[in-house]
Design a protein around this ligand. Sequence first.
Ligand SMILES: *Cc1c(COP(=O)(O)O)cnc(C)c1O
Length: 472
Amino acid sequence: MDEYGSTGEGRAARRDEAVRAAVEQGLLGPDTPVVGLLDVTGIRESAAELRAAFDGVTAPGTPVLHAFAVKASPLVPVLRLLREEGIGAEVASPGELALARAAGLSPDRTVLDSPAKTPSELREALALGIAVNADNPQELDRIDGLMLPHSPKGMGGAPMAVSRSPLGIRVNPQVGGGSIGATSTATATSKFGVALRDEGAREWVVRAYLDRPWLSRLHAHTGSQGIPLSLMTQGVAETYALAEEINRRIGRPQIDTIDIGGGLPVNFASDVTTPTYAEYARALREAVPGLFDGRYGLVTEFGRSLLAKHGTIVARVEYAKSAGGRPIAVTHAGVQVATRTVYVPGSWPLRIAAYDAKGRPRSGPEVVQDVAGPACFAGDLLAEGRALPLLDQGDYVAALDTGAYYFAHHYAYNSLARPGVYGFAPDHSAPDRAGGVRFATVRDPQTLASIVAESGGAHAGALTTLHASGSG
Ligand SMILES: *Cc1c(COP(=O)(O)O)cnc(C)c1O
């Protein structure tokens, strides 16, 4: 899809243009020293690649819902853009469901997964007709109470009409973890889903379907960043085999849809997109041909792979200093926008690009230096000992591939404000204007008033007026 092939050169060129235009148009500057930028062209390309990859391997007419994992980029305009590209939403909290609804996603394009759904969340999802994957036997019990109005397990309140929500169970095929423990969901002791290889678990799952004709889906999400394709494919193969076993034992195709989760890893080492959706889809068809012969509808839940490469954090170098012989650029991007990278740098390294004060790529000999964030602890480093053209005061640094799980995942350390987020696209109407790039506000920068309000500003006297009343 990339105009230069799959090397990502088109994307890199668009990014450089956007950084320069952001400086020229004043989105970035001394008073707004950090922003998140989203490449709308790139997001559309990835969505098209995802659709094409699965269209290329499924039997004609197979229902396929690509549900974007909202947690990867919980921004309403992003969800709306993806909706326009035919992508639904996978939500895992009341907040994420509210975002999906605000973006206009319909219940039939929405899937609810979460390991800790409350009774009221389940009730709402079933009332709306949203697909739900039950995480564990206790949750299935709660769903029973909602689906069987006369059940003694009724959950209080009026019994509801039988829901049209497609319902399934999440299983953990326990195929093992990848290189990053925190994103490995198919380990033996993962907190997610029904652990299929535990004693009696497989039989429990089969019985659950035998007893509930309304259970029509099966779900697994076997991991995120750090999981090799072969392990993802194995997780899907085991899930498919279980669906086949269940349908065989019931004697009819009660499971009509398999939700294969997301988790396609992202290459953070260069602009090249690898692996691609097409590679994953082909690997799946090779390993699990029956999944694509038209008997099953499919749901996917990709997050990081749809957005990561289309986002860039750009931050101003406030000061350039030196300590113990090490040059240090003190910037405005640190733990508040790159939390995982700062706390676990070995697992989440980010590429850094250097720009001069006018937003043009910085040239010059590379010097080993630290790129520090603004937070008040020594470990707040975006990159440590990185070879880059020597950064100077007033320059800009860009943290690349940060469109998922970064600037939309603010961490409120030091009460640092959430940066503004802007989408960009080539401006064909005014090609000579400021780099020929147009921006649209995705999210305004957080104001100081909002920080105070979110920090108990309305309750300033709450603690000083709390007397030990009544306790003598
Ligand atoms: C996080 C998550 C996803 C998305 O994972 P990515 O690695 O971002 O693709 C999909 N499904 C579930 C259930 C998840 O928890």
